[in-house]
Design a protein around this ligand. Structure first.
Ligand SMILES: Nc1ncnc2c1ncn2[C@@H]1O[C@H](COP(=O)(O)OP(=O)(O)OP(=O)(O)O)[C@@H](O)[C@H]1O
Ligand SMILES: [Mg+2]
Length: 356
């Protein structure tokens, strides 16, 4: 990258002592920074909103508020800013409180402070550059992960259709041929034809099962609610754990990608319940809350530890947590007070989809 294209770091000095601000400006005059100065906390808050990538050198006690309030007011922002709190006295309690709030460093305005300031700023700059790189990498990973999920779903859809249509039709044709053959062959071969016909039936069922596991047809034709009901029915047929659905929703209209994302979350969660929870029951709650579609899946099993959730060898939960990100949705996994695990998926209401 050409050095001219690298943006200069923005620094804001917040101090009601104008002489101190001048001294700092003088000390940094030879450095390649974009520096501005304000005297109050209110002005600082406004400036930070417009400069989400910046270093803020802030006096602890300002005319209108403390640095604490300024830091607090920016904590909700998603920007890349770092605070260095300046104070005239060595006050450990304040230093600790500021660092806990998220300040990067704390410096005392003693006679040496101006001399060391450039070194401190270089350190913050390096830290900011790493944070920025991390943010970019995270964003890229999210794009990649959602793209992979879309591609994977398209591939599953295609394979499911081919298995269902091609294999299904061929097997049905074989069955018809067998039933015709049965009338043509000597009696001693009829039993063998019956056995082959039964095997063909079982294979047809297996093909259907594999195909609907890959992509439930019902999801595309009847929607998410019907697919969930079908999945629960299948679950209750094959597992000793009792699964219930509580839903006050009559219809859930979402985009295809949103429907499949929620369906996959349900699928992975129920698989986990069977494999890991030792639960007796699992309950699925579907509701609309605060303009969000909420799907809560709670089991009464042994619960899950933090270490298990962050185990790098397993991918089910990692994939699940990413599923709703493209629409600013969230999946959280917590332990319930009464024991067991709660998986909660929240999808904001979108123009492309409605929840009734
Ligand atoms: N409902 C649950 N109850 C108890 N423990 C759970 C539950 N769900 C997940 N876990 C724990 O969290 C771990 C991580 O789950 P995750 O789905 O990511 O991986 P996995 O099921 O082990 O493997 P896979 O990658 O095939 O999904 C599990 O290994 C299990 O220890
Ligand atoms: Mg799993």
């Amino acid at each position: 990258m050409n050095s001219e294209t690298v943006a200069r770091t923005s620094i804001l000095i917040v101090d009601d002592d104008i002489w101190m601000a001048r001294l700092i400006l003088q000390r940094l005059s030879g450095e390649d920074y974009h520096i501005e100065y304000v005297a109050s906390g209110q002005e600082a808050i406004a400036w930070i909103e417009d400069h989400p990538e910046s270093i803020i050198l802030i006096d602890y006690l300002l005319v209108d508020m403390t640095a604490e309030k300024v830091i607090n007011s920016t904590n909700k922002q998603d920007g890349l800013m770092e605070f260095i709190v300046m104070t005239s006295i060595e006050e450990l309690k304040i230093a600790v409180a500021m660092m806990q709030l998220g300040a990067f460093d704390f410096i005392v305005k003693n006679p040496e402070f101006l001399a060391t300031l450039p070194t401190v700023l270089k350190k913050v700059e390096r830290h900011l550059a790493i944070r920025k790189q991390l943010k970019i990498s995270n964003a890229q990973l999210q794009v990649l992960s959602s793209q992979l999920q879309v591609t994977q779903e398209e591939e599953r859809h295609r394979i499911a259709r081919e298995i269902h249509d091609e294999l299904g039709q061929s097997l049905t044709a074989i069955k018809l041929d067998l039933s015709w053959l049965k009338g043509e062959v000597p009696a001693r071969l009829k039993e063998m034809i019956d056995q082959t016909s039964e095997l063909t039936d079982r294979t047809i069922n297996t093909v259907r099962r594999i195909s609907s596991h890959l992509r439930p047809n019902i999801l595309d034709h009847l929607g998410l609610l019907a697919a969930i009901e079908w999945h629960i029915k299948e679950f209750n047929r094959h597992s000793p754990i009792v699964c219930r659905l509580n839903s006050r929703l009559e219809e859930v209209h979402l985009s295809d990608n949103q429907s499949i994302a929620l369906y996959r979350i349900l699928q992975e969660t129920l698989t986990n319940v069977v494999r890991h929870s030792e639960a007796q029951t699992v309950t699925i709650d579907l509701k609309k809350q605060d303009s969000q579609l909420v799907m809560n899946i709670a089991d009464d099993g042994k619960g899950v530890t933090n270490a298990q959730l962050h185990n790098l060898d397993s991918l089910g939960i990692v994939g699940m947590l990413e599923r709703l990100r493209p629409w600013n949705g969230r999946v959280t996994i917590t332990n319930r007070h009464q024991g067991g695990t709660l998986v909660s998926a929240r999808l904001p209401w979108q123009k492309s989809g409605t929840v009734k």
